[in-house]
Design a binder for this molecule. Structure first.
Ligand SMILES: NC(=O)c1ccc[n+]([C@@H]2O[C@H](COP(=O)([O-])OP(=O)(O)OC[C@H]3O[C@@H](n4cnc5c(N)ncnc54)[C@H](OP(=O)(O)O)[C@@H]3O)[C@@H](O)[C@H]2O)c1
Length: 331
């Protein structure tokens, strides 16, 4: 059995601000049965990483507390015993439950996703977490279909920019909110039908645009701050799916309003799913969404690519809500 390899990674020295992120060396064991060693080209930065850095979002058991990172794109470097899908040199990407801020990681082979042909590996790092989240929430859970209106909050976010493109790809009508006029404008360039600058009055605009029909699906990336507006803007039979709560997690709902419009309210999370669920999701994403990238129907939206040493800069930018699309760390 080969020895552990020393690789560079970004470590959380102690819970705190962006300054606690530092480059370190870690020992990476050889890939276990069913695992691949991936040489990472870029690691995506996510809001969950900010929470983990502050000590308030520990990873599931088996993943390191001190190394954040939920996604990667890179090249297969070593194939562990029992692997049968990937070969050394394959271009892959994927979602992991932690440890993604490293120049090499061991990942479960069956959770890897083929990186789309025509998308360079640097930019492919902007795909897994936000496109898998948006696709799973919109189509597998909320059952969005052609001709329906989908309301996407924080439309300039990583998940939001993915959702706009995915909605358009099936012939749905994406409308969205942001607190920034500039982000709304940029989302329009992606095809957003209506962009409303929140936090006030957006519900009325959504109703006007949809001829008083309302949103058939709400992709809620804000939470409590927009709860009342969502109750006003939901169509009959609306599927409202809560994905993120930067605008607060606690609110009050008059349940009769859900009843009278026969609304389904559900929440979702990727990180804590079982390995079996993650395999099914990765395979389905590869089959249904990777071809859309290859045909040029959708594309990763990259805000900035920074050297991995500048992870703290990336965290500050994300924390300030300055980014449009994804922030990436390059190894
Ligand atoms: N459930 C899951 O498995 C899962 C997976 C991935 C992401 N998420 C969550 O989904 C959300 C989007 O993720 P992301 O990576 O795409 O985020 P992101 O790129 O960091 O963008 C988040 C955006 O949310 C908006 N925002 C922040 N605080 C807000 C507030 N108080 N009120 C209204 N808007 C606010 C800001 O947009 P404006 O400046 O335009 O207002 C900000 O740019 C995050 O909450 C994230 O934690 C969940």
């Amino acid at each position: 059995m080969s020895a552990a390899e020393t690789v560079r990674a970004i470590r959380i020295r102690e819970p705190g601000g962006p300054e606690v992120l530092e480059m370190t060396d870690i020992q990476l064991p050889p890939p276990a049965p069913g695992e691949l060693r991936v040489r990472v080209i870029t690691s995506g930065v996510n809001r969950a990483d900010l929470l983990q850095r502050r000590g308030s979002y520990p990873p599931p058991p088996g993943f390191p507390e001190e190394i954040p990172g939920l996604e990667y794109a890179g090249l297969v470097e070593q194939v562990g015993p029992g692997c049968s899908i990937r070969r050394s040199g394959d271009r892959v990407m994927g979602v992991v439950a932690g440890g993604g801020y490293a120049e090499a990681i061991n990942v479960r082979e069956r959770e890897t996703i083929r990186a789309p042909d025509g998308v360079d590996l640097e930019h492919a790092g902007a795909i897994p977490e936000v496109f898998v989240t948006a696709w799973d929430a919109l189509f597998r859970q909320a059952r969005l279909t052609a001709g329906e209106s989908v309301l996407i909050h924080a439309v300039g976010s990583g998940v939001g920019t993915a959702a706009v493109q995915l909605a358009l790809a099936v012939g749905a009508r994406p409308v969205g909110t942001s607190r920034s006029p500039e982000k709304v404008e940029r989302a329009r360039e992606l095809g957003l039908v209506l962009g409303v600058v929140g936090p006030d009055q957006w519900a009325r605009s959504v109703m006007e645009l949809t001829g008083d029909h309302g949103a058939d699906v709400i992709l809620d990336l804000v939470g409590a701050a927009y709860l009342e507006g969502n109750l006003e803007a939901m169509a009959r039979g609306c599927r409202w799916i809560v994905v993120g709560v930067p605008g607060g997690a606690v609110g009050e709902i008059d349940l009769r309003r859900l009843m009278s419009r026969r609304v389904t309210l559900r929440g979702t999370v990727l990180r804590t799913r079982s390995p079996e669920e993650k395999v099914i999701l990765a395979r389905a994403f590869q089959d249904h969404v990777v071809p859309l990238f290859e045909r040029g129907e959708i594309q990763p939206v990259v805000d900035t690519i920074l050297p991995a040493e500048q992870a703290a800069v990336a965290h500050r930018r994300l924390e300030a809500n300055d980014s449009f699309g994804k922030l990436l760390l390059r190894w």
